[in-house]
Design a protein around this ligand. Structure first.
Ligand SMILES: [Zn+2]
Length: 73
C-alpha cells in the first residue's frame, strides 16, 4: 500500500505518465482512502492546469476503481 509520501512523489508522474496499471490502481486506492492526498492532488491538478485531462475518483465505488480493486484482491 502506498504511503502519503509515495503519493506525493508519484503525483507528477501520475499526471504526465508513464505509469503502470498497478501504479495507477494503487494511486487511486490511496486517494479513495486518504482525504489529505485527494485534496493535495486536486490542488496539484489545478495548479498544473491539467483540468479535464484526468478525473479524480470523486466517490468510492466508481466503476473503474471497483474493477481495479477486484483485480488486486
Ligand atoms: Zn495520503
Amino acid at each position: 500500500m502506498l504511503t502519503c509520501k509515495d503519493v506525493s512523489d508519484m503525483a507528477s508522474d501520475y499526471m504526465d505518465g508513464p505509469t503502470t496499471l498497478l501504479q495507477r490502481a494503487n494511486f487511486r486506492l490511496h486517494l479513495l482512502m486518504c482525504v489529505l492526498c485527494r485534496r493535495y492532488f486536486r490542488q496539484l491538478k489545478l495548479a498544473s492546469g491539467v483540468m479535464g485531462k484526468f478525473e479524480l475518483p470523486a466517490e468510492p465505488g466508481d466503476e473503474e476503481t471497483d474493477a481495479l480493486v477486484s483485480k488486486l484482491n
